[in-house]
Design a protein around this ligand. Structure first.
Ligand code: ADP
Length: 171
């Protein structure tokens, strides 16, 4: 029997409990899930480098055997073709996500001539309002993000903002 490979693309800047929930659920559905950090041209002001994000994702998924982590500079459809993935996983939180996600899914299907389909996983209710942007907004002003990200990620986010504050002071 052939292996069913899925790819979960995104920015993951940083990975949150919402992403981890989607990863765990996808890992139960597919033989292999690759979480792929894509370079996103629209998001120019990232907190973490792509390599740092890959490292964080590897750390939080280390106990899920069929999950791999990778990064790619290019189109998702090209990455999927190269790795033999036929399914893209995306998460849906609210209606506001829907229009954007539908557009991406349909574009990918068209560009890949039907080879790459998208499967949406609806968010678990407790993570419905959770996003990487919210985590950054809260952490930037010293708020508590312990309910949003695992402790090791919380530590790294805090360190980033502490370093930024020092750099800003020394300007
Ligand atoms: P993007 O790919 O738009 O840069 P992210 O990297 O933040 O966004 O997220 C990757 C995917 O994970 C997207 O499909 C997004 O909708 C989904 N996602 C993000 N946060 C959650 C959450 N709390 N629950 C479910 N899905 C989520």
């Amino acid at each position: 029997m052939s292996t069913i490979k899925a790819v979960y693309p995104g920015s993951f800047d940083p990975v949150t409990f919402g992403h981890i929930d989607v990863i765990k659920r996808a890992a139960k559905m597919f033989d292999e899930v690759t979480v792929c950090v894509l370079y996103n041209k629209a998001k120019t002001s990232s907190l973490f480098s792509v390599n740092e994000r890959v490292k964080m994702l590897k750390d939080v998924t280390k106990d899920i055997p069929n999950v791999k982590v990778d990064s790619y500079y290019g189109l998702l459809i090209d990455y999927a073709k190269m790795t033999g993935a036929h399914v893209s996983i995306r998460g849906l939180r609210a209606v506001t996500d829907f229009e954007y996600e539908l557009q991406i899914a349909q574009t990918n299907k068209l560009l890949s001539a039907g080879a790459l389909d998208t499967i949406f996983l609806t968010t678990s209710l407790e993570y419905a309002y959770l996003s990487s942007s919210a985590v950054k907004e809260i952490a930037c002003f010293g708020g508590d993000i312990s309910q949003c990200v695992p402790p090791e990620i919380e530590e790294l986010v805090k360190k980033k903002y502490a370093a930024r504050a020092v750099a800003h002071k020394n300007k």
